[in-house]
Design a protein around this ligand. Structure first.
Ligand code: PEP
Length: 256
């Protein structure tokens, strides 16, 4: 059984004091919700402080990006090695990175290799643009992104995939549960082809794109979908907590 995951991508939001306030609210509200992995991905500058604040709780920590070199003269960059004693996960290949920072398939692949090398678990994002979706090219685009991102990588070692249609990110226009389930099923079949049936059954594949407390169940209820990568709604403790609670209820129903 794959443990569902709800991951919050805070993006370039929250000052240090806002991050402290938000994580405290989340920690208090989460109580003992079990059977769901809860991951928060604050900005780099807050990671160390947030790490202290979640000690003893079940909240896990992720970063939003890395550079692929281990160390050296790369002013302003953060290496995977620097994150190893701070967090467990790192988002790689987010569409905003691909769009604004030229994170190509090749760079995404280098970042995934670099993360896996130091045992950070990548949350690899893939997804098509609106015009690609409308032209019926979703399968081609997503398959191409997976192939490029995972080229030459033999073992997935805890890697997570997030299917995030670009037209649904931050737009308030989520995909439907069925649409997301279909594409995530396709991604799982890709994992069978690239790796094995077992790898495909083990890997967690999340949906991301305008997930809120109001629509989370529609996605998490789908058989292929193992949770959500949440942007905007993860900045509001009550929304994030509600999404986690919905995932726990679904999981308890399925396993009970
Ligand atoms: C994201 O940034 O990964 C995301 C899914 O954002 P939002 O939930 O705001 O659409």
């Amino acid at each position: 059984m794959r443990v569902p995951m709800i991951a919050g991508n805070w993006k370039m939001n929250t000052t240090l004091s806002e991050a402290i306030e938000l994580v405290n609210e989340i920690r208090q509200g989460l109580g003992q919700i079990a059977h769901v992995d809860k991951v928060i991905c604050p900005p780099f500058i807050s990671l160390a402080v947030v790490r202290e604040l979640i000690k003893g709780s079940s909240i896990k920590l992720g970063a939003q990006n890395i550079y692929f070199e281990e160390k050296g003269a790369y002013t302003g960059e953060i290496s995977p090695l620097m994150l190893t004693d701070l967090c467990e996960f790192v988002i790689i290949g987010h569409s905003e990175r691909r769009l604004y920072f030229n994170d190509t398939g090749e760079i995404t692949n280098k970042k995934i290799r670099a993360a896996l090398k130091v045992k950070l678990k990548p949350i690899l994002c893939v997804g098509e643009r609106l015009e690609e979706n409308e032209a019926g090219r979703t399968e081609e685009i997503v398959t191409g992104q997976l192939g490029a991102s995972l080229a030459g990588i033999d073992y997935l070692n805890g890697l997570i995939i997030a299917y995030e249609p670009i037209w649904a990110i931050g737009t308030g226009k989520a995909a439907t549960g069925e649409q997301a389930n279909e594409t995530i099923g396709l991604i799982r079949r890709n994992v069978v082809e690239l790796y094995s049936e077992r790898a495909a059954q083990e890997i967690r594949i999340l949906y991301g794109g305008s997930v809120t407390a109001a629509n989370a169940t529609e996605f998490i209820n789908q058989p292929e979908i193992d949770g959500a990568l949440v942007g905007g709604a993860s900045l509001k403790a009550d929304q994030f907590l509600s999404i986690v609670t919905q995932a726990a209820e679904i999981e308890n129903r399925l396993s009970g």
